[in-house]
Design a protein around this ligand. Structure first.
Ligand code: MN3
Length: 196
């Protein structure tokens, strides 16, 4: 059985940037729904109990879109919760240097990430990834994720409407600004950068 990972902080910890009401429905209904559907889909199959990454890969190989969507959305949400933290954090020296090389400075990074998050039409995700030691931005639709693309994700932002509608209604850009200015867990991003 796959489990719903607990949030790494309290439900009210990201307020006012993300409200307790949003986190409760996003984690307790949306994320839980993907976990439940994943468990139902792999029950009594040889994929039951396999690492999530293997399930995602197997679903892709056999073009099982339903299984892919639920497995990938569980992975994406686990990663998204870890991409945020309530406290102030800063990128490591190494990651700062990589940001300056790729985007000139932190303002350049934020501008580029915001573009990646807003050009994704409809539901999806924005990712800061490392590709062969260079930072890049990716946008993916629906449940799609960078795992199979050979890049290493450092952080992601959920840009499905359910991530921001209660707090920001239709203004995704305001949500992404709040994510970039107040919520990014740079300790997590820096740890992921170290594995590249
Ligand atoms: Mn979501």
């Amino acid at each position: 059985m796959y489990k719903l990972s607990p949030l790494p902080y309290d439900f009210d910890a990201l307020a006012p940037h993300i409200s307790e009401a949003t986190l409760r429905v996003h984690h307790g209904k949306h994320h839980r729904g993907y976990v439940d559907k994943l468990n139902a889909a792999v029950k009594d199959t040889d994929l039951a109990g396999k690492p999530l990454e293997e399930v995602i890969q197997a679903a892709r190989e056999k073009s099982d879109q339903d299984l892919f969507n639920n497995a990938a959305q569980v992975w994406n949400h686990d990663f998204f919760w870890k991409s945020m933290s309530p406290g102030d954090s800063k990128p490591s020296d190494g990651l700062t240097a990589a940001i300056e090389e790729a985007f000139e400075d932190m303002a350049g990074f934020k501008k580029a990430f915001k573009e990646a998050a807003t050009r994704q039409f409809g539901s999806g995700w924005a990712w800061l990834v490392a590709d062969a030691g260079t930072l890049e931005l990716e946008s993916t639709g629906n449940a799609e994720l960078p795992l199979a693309l050979g890049t290493v994700p450092l952080i992601c932002c959920d840009v499905w409407e359910h991530a921001y509608y209660l707090d920001y209604q239709n203004t995704r850009t305001d949500f992404v600004d709040a994510f970039l200015d107040h919520l990014v867990n740079w300790d997590f991003a820096s740890e992921n950068w170290q594995t590249v």
